[in-house]
Write a protein that binds this ligand. Structure first.
Ligand code: AMP
Ligand code: MN
Ligand code: MN
Ligand code: MN
Length: 276
């Protein structure tokens, strides 16, 4: 059987449902050989994941999913095989978590203005020691009956021009790629087809990303339809950039992004794991 890779996953260190230990145990049960834990703007889950990975004979790739922006749009850059002692990465996580904290406070104030009390406090409670994300606000809002599910709650409250949305000036693409590169990691554009960008803009972003030292794009992700895999494959080939595979697993409640449930990379692409 060919090895199963999943190079984009979340734990309770950010907005995933499983602790790093439980995530690794689930990966092991599924037969995943190589797993990257890529929590939003934090590396806090990696040491617990490493202990479990050693026990279950899984190759753990130290990863992170950094919030960034390009052309005034929030984008996500995954860093794979990073050195977790790198000052650049540690400083980045401190800065990004400050931005997240400031945004969470603003989101709480905005939701209070539309009559929803305690959103900030509850999002923080749900995040525990982990990075606070919109997902935690979303869980609170659903639990309190403000919407029937996550999709609905994002649409009604948590996206641009909605009452609970607060914008953030994330670091620019150049800074994000440099942080990953200086930590010895490989920078990967996460879920490239989820940014609601025109094809021209996306092509420009990939080109610029490559010039800045970016190495790969996710070609197979949990959300992908086969048409999207074809599109991403074409981009990887056209710009001669490596290809990654990651489910973006958060929890078992999201059927479209299940751990390890990924098709193989199409032929003719350079797998990102050949870069380390
Ligand atoms: P943040 O990085 O804090 O802005 O939160 C983004 C996270 O919220 C993503 O990583 C997803 O886990 C989740 N998310 C974003 N948009 C949606 C959506 N429309 N439905 C469900 N979850 C979403
Ligand atoms: Mn998330
Ligand atoms: Mn993402
Ligand atoms: Mn993700």
């Amino acid at each position: 059987m060919s090895p199963i890779f999943d190079l984009h996953t979340h734990s309770t260190a950010s907005d995933g449902a499983l602790s790093p230990k439980l995530l690794i145990e689930k990966a092991s049960a599924i037969g995943i050989n190589t797993l990257a834990l890529t929590d939003h703007d934090t590396i806090a889950g990696l040491s617990e994941a490493q202990i479990a990975a050693d026990k279950h004979n899984i190759k753990l790739i130290n990863g992170i999913e950094l919030s960034s922006q390009w052309n005034n749009k929030t984008i996500h850059i995954v860093g794979l095989n990073i050195n977790v002692n790198s000052e650049a990465i540690i400083d980045a996580t401190i800065h990004l978590n400050q931005l997240r904290e400031e945004r969470a406070i603003k989101m709480g104030e905005k939701l209070r203005k539309v009559g929803i009390e305690g959103a900030y406090e509850n999002a923080k409670r749900l995040a525990g020691n982990g990075t606070v994300t919109r997902q935690h606000f979303s869980t609170f809002l659903v639990e309190n009956g403000h919407a029937k599910n996550q999709t609905e709650v994002f649409k009604r409250y948590l996206v641009k021009n909605k009452p609970g949305y607060a914008s953030v000036e994330w670091p620019g693409l150049e800074e994000t790629v440099a942080q990953i590169t200086s930590a010895g990691g490989v920078a990967v554009i996460a879920h490239p087809l989820r940014y609601k960008m025109t094809a021209t803009k996306l092509r420009n972003m990939i080109q610029e990303f490559k010039v800045l030292g970016g190495k790969a794009i996710e070609v197979v992700t949990g959300h992908n339809q086969s048409k999207e895999i074809e599109t991403a494959t074409a981009y990887a080939k056209r710009y001669d950039i490596a290809a990654s595979v990651g489910s973006d697993f958060h929890s078992s409640n999201t059927p479209w992004s299940q751990l390890g449930k990924l098709v193989s990379l199409p032929a003719g692409l350079t797998p990102v794991w050949e870069l380390w």
